[in-house]
Design a protein around this ligand. Sequence first.
Ligand code: V47
Length: 381
Amino acid sequence: MSTAPARPHHSFQTDDAALRPIAEKVTAGQRLDAADALALYRSGDILAVGWMANLVRERLHGDRTYFNVNRHINPTNVCVAACRLCAFGRKKDSPGAYTMALEEVFRIAGEGYSEAVTEFHIVGGLHPDLPFQYFTDLIAGLKQRFPQVHLKAFTMVEIGYFAKRYKLSSEEVLRQLKEAGLDSLPGGGAEIFADRIRHIICDHKIDGDEWLATARLAHQMGLRSNATMLYGHVEGDEDRVDHLLKLRALQDETGGFQTFIPLAFHPENTALRHLPKTTGLLDIRQVAVSRLVLDNFPHIKAYWQMLTPKIAQISLRFGADDLDGTVIEEKIYHDAGATTPQGLRRQELVRLITEAGREPVERDTLYRAVTRTETTVSIGV
Ligand code: V47
């Protein structure tokens, strides 16, 4: 397979005068402010924006591009929240509502096992009737059956709901889940922090400040997490900038975020289905702006399930250093009309990365390199 050399690069060039001072800051390793971030969103010169994001990406990671072999498990789609952005949640008596018995969760977890999964990504709806023990038993049962698999489970929104529903503090919820075997938390549920937008897209779940407070707490308790932003619906550039700056401020405080994942809104089958889908240019710009503004986040993930493998591949030259995983059986975006395949095999991820002139590195959830032979898997420390 022929691979284009990643270097040498051309020097920075742009016709957009607003980008010149930003390029100076980026080259000097200085932090960008809100006005800079807005200028990046509004610039017509996407290649210049990408050039800067790529510089930062290569400073941090060279050509290394991460992926993992994971499996998503969504134990229930029953949800009290009814977010307008979501096509996945169901009221408990509605057609299509499901809740897995724990044995079913364990069976499904085992199905992808021959692919040597290193991570289970577990998120679900806010179910009003399950006891808290369902969740602690789910984590403990998976840990017992698959001790080498990292359990990345429950968004800040689920943690907040468990606290409210079971009348526990968020700290106690996290403590019990951690004791059961929870290893880290995914980045979902952040959406857009600004109240005005949150009221439109997801009125009935924790607000932006609570999301951030829960992430802070998790990090203080030694749990790493990711962070997301849902873009391409009713938010404006200012709302995106506000979201990114709030995440950056919290990361300055805790250092607990590993990866930022911009999530492109999929309108189909949601209450916002009249909205258009995001365009390729917006997707790529969002990856680049994220890389430039979130200077303290180690990784920017181009989640191929959301972006399509084609856009995710291109974004590897616009700031992203991670493609996420093989993701066997994804439901949340496929319910919202995603047409991407449900899972990509390892070799296909490797091909996407190599053809982008990058070096594929299989990682575990904590970004340690995974080495495989025919019969063994070992994780570097
Ligand atoms: O929070 C829901 C989003 C998120 C729709 O941490 C939708 O590694 C688009 O957070 N269109 C959950 N998006 C997924 C998530 C995630 C994914 C991959 C990796 C990681 C990680 C986290 O999905 C929700 C919400 O923002 N979502 N409905 C929709 N119609």
